[in-house]
Write a protein that binds this ligand. Structure first.
Ligand code: TYD
Length: 133
């Protein structure tokens, strides 16, 4: 199974400020079909808590910070999202949880599929049985 990984995007910038470009199939390894963002999260909130049978994701904290914990079924890994030009790529069939949100956290999510609740696995026991089979 493929693992999650941090990806650094080039920053275009000068004395006026920065600009980050993300192009499908170039900067993210999929076609971008859906974009959403998560903000106003309580610091002690635990969000996500699901795996996806089809969707791949790129998570970028474009403002503020948060952390992402992934579970592959037999091991776990944690990533700090604390730079606006660095994202974490999450392949399909990886359990993910987002936590430790700063007050100004805006977590941008790029996704390879349109929203389909049926491809979300929200029960960890179901995830473990599907990923380990
Ligand atoms: P959810 O996946 O539970 O978000 P989080 O884990 O961050 O709390 O989604 C929250 C709600 O938004 C849920 O009712 C489903 C809805 N939703 C959509 O309608 N479309 C989407 O693309 C997403 C990601 C969520």
């Amino acid at each position: 199974m493929r693992k999650a990984k941090l990806i650094e995007f080039p920053q275009h910038g000068d004395e006026k400020g920065y600009l980050v470009v993300i192009e499908e199939k170039l900067d993210v390894p999929f076609e971008i079909k859906r974009v959403f963002y998560i903000y106003g999260s309580q610091r002690d909130a635990l969000r996500g808590k699901h795996a996806n049978r089809k969707s791949e994701f790129m998570l970028i904290n474009v403002s503020g910070t948060s952390k992402v914990r992934v579970d592959y079924g037999n091991s776990t890994e944690e990533f700090d999202l604390n730079r606006a030009h660095v994202g974490v790529y999450i392949p399909k069939m990886v359990w993910k949880e987002m936590f430790d949100f700063s007050e100004d956290s805006v977590l941008l999510v790029l996704c390879s599929e349109l929203y389909d609740p049926d491809e979300y696995i929200r029960d960890k026991a179901v995830y473990y049985s599907e990923v380990n089979q």
